[in-house]
Ligand binder design. Structure first.
Ligand SMILES: NC(=O)c1ccc[n+]([C@@H]2O[C@H](COP(=O)([O-])OP(=O)(O)OC[C@H]3O[C@@H](n4cnc5c(N)ncnc54)[C@H](OP(=O)(O)O)[C@@H]3O)[C@@H](O)[C@H]2O)c1
Length: 260
């Protein structure tokens, strides 16, 4: 996507964190039309004050509920007829030893991070096909590139996003629809408040990299340490040793990490 002026953007979870920073970055680049879905109406309403020149479709809904996604995309269709950029950003996390994560938290992570993302893409696709220059940005995680202990269900959902993006990109080869995946690593957002992680990236920086990546037509926009990603890909058994050395610290810092 070469420029962002006059583009119509739909984003899930745009009321906080990386999603809100993506709206800010696009706003700076000239985007004015945003359709945003999130569960908290207050967070969505606050966007109007922060971005006074933007025209918003604000939809209070849950991406894990297919009916909400159908209504959200129907509203976009009624108002805009077409869509240029879909950002699948909404996500939740519940960390800890696998046996201690509730069944409900495991099911919700899959429904929100994977099923919701796939269904929103499915419902938005006919609208993206109406655009001359469209893009889909799926927010995965560094944990899709390096699975770490105590994040097994979350990492699984983000791995699913990675392969969904890859398959979809190949499926859409005959359409002018770019498919990119963002892999943030620890980023200072409400999602991380309950984790004890240090040295977090700012969501502004992550959003800048994401928009730069879209401009460059990048397939994968990675924020994690390139050396570790390479080591894990090429020699996962060697990376097991690194993961083992981090085990106790990871256990401690994930013991209360839950953002649902
Ligand atoms: N922060 C990190 O370190 C990090 C690292 C890698 C990847 N990520 C990914 O980045 C994305 C954004 O997360 P963030 O860090 O910016 O956290 P965040 O501030 O908690 O943002 C998540 C957003 O998703 C929305 N959301 C959650 N569940 C939803 C649902 N069922 N339906 C609709 N909206 C929902 C939330 O709004 P409501 O609560 O109002 O619904 C919130 O605005 C997520 O996909 C996350 O997995 C984050």
């Amino acid at each position: 996507m070469k420029n962002f002026e006059n583009k119509k953007v739909a984003i899930s979870g745009g009321g906080s964190g990386i999603g809100k920073s993506l709206i800010a970055e696009l706003y700076k680049a000239g985007t004015r039309d945003f359709a945003v879905i999130g569960r908290s109406a207050d967070k969505l309403e606050a966007l109007k004050n922060e971005f006074p020149e933007a025209r918003f479709i604000l939809f209070s809904g849950d991406v894990s509920k297919p009916q909400d996604l159908k209504e959200f995309t129907k509203e976009i269709e009624n108002k805009w007829k077409a869509l240029d950029l879909l950002i699948n950003n909404a996500g939740i996390v519940s960390a800890g030893p696998i046996g201690e994560i509730s069944d409900e938290d495991i099911i919700s992570q899959v429904n929100t991070n994977v099923t919701g993302l796939i269904l929103l893409t499915k419902y938005a696709l006919p609208l993206l096909k109406e655009s001359k220059e469209a893009a889909i940005l799926n927010v995965s995680s560094n944990l899709a590139l390096i699975g770490l202990p105590f994040y097994a269900p979350y990492a699984a959902t983000k791995g699913a996003v990675k392969v969904f993006s890859e398959a979809l990109r190949r499926e859409l080869k005959d359409f002018p629809i770019q498919v990119a995946t963002l892999y943030p690593t620890g980023t200072d957002t409400p999602m991380m408040t309950s984790s004890q992680s240090q040295g977090l990236h700012s969501s502004e920086m992550v959003a800048q990299k994401a928009i730069e990546g879209l401009k460059n037509n990048d397939i994968d926009i990675t924020l994690g340490d390139a050396e570790n990603i390479k080591l894990n890909r090429e020699n996962p058994v060697e990376f097991d040793k690194k993961a083992a050395s981090m085990y106790d610290a990871m256990k401690k810092r994930t013991e209360n990490h839950r953002s649902m």
